[in-house]
Design a protein around this ligand. Structure first.
Ligand code: AMP
Ligand code: GLY
Length: 428
């Protein structure tokens, strides 16, 4: 089978790495990819939102399956476009434009959860039409208050306010001053939930599903979960507090009602569902849905899946996800992300990355923001590399991830040394 994978991050390198090991994958293209994906297949020079270039690439290379890594092309309707403009039978991993609203619109996702009795924080939604009602709602709301831009805002659209004054000012900035552009024309105001977060993933064909290994990611730039939010500084899998009893609740209260909801609402969804969950007491609540895999979670989830990934994805795309089961590696997987100094604020790019060849003995270094220049590999983004390792214990896996990064160097390289800190006795 000839496969086209869209995206350019650590997630896509992990997917490309796994796809290229499949006996069913005869040729793999990645667009636009990075220097890591170039080791697994052929990088193509177009971006994930260039629908016409994607269609042309499928025609020129007789692509059988397209796997869509990031959310933007999904929310913009790439799946519908390829079905109508190319081939209704093309195998596609990713939901339709309508179903991708589960990530593309917080209000859509909240209404879906409410309709299907899926546990989530209580909420109300507001626009400029009912702005005054929003102000009145905020004035009587318990603190802290969670404000969410409805649309995609590159992970920045959520504000948690400790004071009513701040919440009112942010609410006004979002709706009246378009703080997040079109994305904040509508704002979801929701109850604050206090608990510990985890990410749960399934592959679904819209009727059946397979539960993948769960993970926990670390979003803040600083040690001890301090400082600004980032795209993700590391991840671990399995998650020690996600025991069988809790995961059974996740399945019966969240996953199964969601899949039934897709069916009831007649949504065309063939791909990954990412449940951003929070454990409050012993109960799971949905913070958000994403219509794709997580990054950096993929870098620990994929290495723990022993199945042939192409077999799983083919069954998903064909709506035949029955009689299959996930074979998990029982070991712990960890990934630590090396970022450019200054990230998530301003940072420089173009620094040579040294020591990559020495770093692979005990794990896998997935590339994220890397590119080739003058025969060298240089930094080209905020998140640069993800050092993944597997071991019998979390402590050991973390030590291996860190040892890999100790072999690598680029100017102003930074990584957190405390990933997984709540689950280990001492830092590796
Ligand atoms: P989201 O973009 O929806 O994933 O939200 C970003 C982050 O904000 C989440 O990962 C949580 O840490 C936090 N968050 C979102 N909604 C809530 C909530 N209702 N209660 C507490 N924290 C929240
Ligand atoms: N790790 C969170 C995300 O991929 O959105």
């Amino acid at each position: 089978m000839t496969i086209l994978l869209l995206g350019s991050g650590g997630r896509e390198h992990a997917l490309a790495w796994k796809l290229s090991q499949s006996k069913h994958c005869s040729k793999l293209f990645i667009a636009p990819g990075n220097t890591g994906t170039a080791q697994c297949g052929i990088n193509m020079p177009f971006v994930v939102t260039d629908f016409e270039a994607i269609r042309q690439c499928c025609l020129d290379n007789e692509i059988d399956m397209v796997i869509i890594g990031p959310e933007e092309p999904l929310v913009k309707g790439l799946v519908d476009y390829l079905k109508t403009e190319l081939d209704p039978e093309l195998l596609l991993i990713g939901p339709s434009k309508e179903a991708a609203q589960l990530e593309g619109s917080k209000a859509y996702a909240k209404a879906f959860m409410q309709r299907h009795n899926i546990p989530t924080a209580a909420y109300q939604e507001f626009t400029k039409e009912n702005f005054a009602d929003g102000v009145a709602y905020l004035q009587q709301h318990a603190l802290p208050i969670v404000l969410k831009a409805d649309g995609l805002a590159a992970g920045k659209g959520v504000i948690i306010s400790q004071s009513r004054e701040e919440a009112l000012a942010e609410f006004e900035a979002m709706i009246r001053q378009a703080k997040f552009g079109e994305a904040s024309q509508r704002v979801v105001v929701e109850e604050f939930l206090s608990g510990i977060e985890l990410s749960v993933f399934v592959l679904t064909d819209g009727r059946n599903y397979l539960l993948l290994p769960e993970a926990k990611d670390y979003k803040r730039i600083g040690e001890g979960d301090t400082g600004l939010n980032t795209g993700g500084m590391g991840a671990v899998s399995p998650v020690p507090f996600a025991d069988d009893a809790f995961m059974q609740k996740v399945i019966s209260k969240v996953v199964e009602p969601t899949i039934r909801g897709l069916e009831i609402d007649n949504l065309d969804y063939k791909g990954f569902v990412f449940f951003g969950l929070i454990k409050v007491g012993d109960e799971p609540y949905v913070i958000e849905y994403n219509c794709r895999m997580g990054d950096p979670e993929t870098e620990v989830v994929i290495p723990r899946i022993k199945n042939d990934l192409v077999e799983l994805l083919e069954a998903t795309a064909k709506g035949a996800l029955t009689n299959l089961s996930i074979e998990k590696d029982p070991r712990f997987a960890t990934t630590i992300v090396a970022v450019s100094g200054g990230y998530p604020e301003d940072f420089q790019k173009g620094f040579e990355i040294k020591g990559l060849e020495a770093s692979t003995a005990d794990g896998i270094v997935f590339h994220a923001g890397t590119k080739a220049a003058d025969g060298k590999i240089v930094t080209s983004g905020g998140r640069v590399l993800c050092a993944t390792a597997l071991a019998e214990s979390l402590q050991e896996a973390l030590a291996k991830s860190k040892a890999q990064l100790q072999q690598i160097d680029f100017e102003k390289m930074y990584y957190r040394t405390d990933i997984g800190y709540e689950f280990v006795q001492e830092k590796p």
